[in-house]
Design a protein around this ligand. Structure first.
Ligand SMILES: O=C(O)CCC(=O)C(=O)O
Length: 135
């Protein structure tokens, strides 16, 4: 896992500056920003490798970030969402195909949690985040 721009320090529970976003990501970021529409400025990038059997548990991304874009590479994965619905969970699963991108914004960021079950084949993701406005 490698963070660029900023990284969230789980021990200090705060955002820290990380290495600058590498130049080779520049043309991909341009495409992500175009996909995000006017005013989209990516401030943080996270590159993640999922070995066979590795996934990620239920969570929402930190509030320091606003929108999250995820580029899937390698194998496909089930990108699961859940939100509380009375005594149960309402669920939704997105098939994140290789070379596809998803965007999480609004309720998918702030209300729904997401997780990825253990992958059956190597997967990589590059996630791109815009920064939340400082309050
Ligand atoms: O690998 C991904 O596409 C998403 C990873 C994730 O859940 C996250 O960065 O919050």
């Amino acid at each position: 896992m490698a963070s660029f721009g900023f990284r969230y320090d789980y021990t200090m529970r705060r955002l820290e500056e990380a290495d600058p976003i590498p130049k080779w990501l520049g043309s991909i970021i341009e495409k992500v920003e175009a996909f995000g529409g006017r005013g989209t400025r990516i401030g943080q990038v996270l590159c993640t490798e999922y070995d066979v059997g590795v996934g990620i548990g239920w969570h929402r991304d930190k509030p320091h970030f606003d929108r999250v874009f995820g580029l899937s590479l390698g194998s496909a994965c089930k990108f699961r969402f859940r939100r509380p619905a009375y005594t149960k969970w309402e669920r939704f699963t997105l098939e994140a195909r290789p070379r596809s991108i998803y965007m999480m914004s609004g309720p998918s960021r702030e209300v729904w949690e997401h997780s990825i079950p253990a992958v059956e084949a190597q997967r990589y993701s590059i996630t791109f985040r815009t920064m939340a406005a400082k309050s």
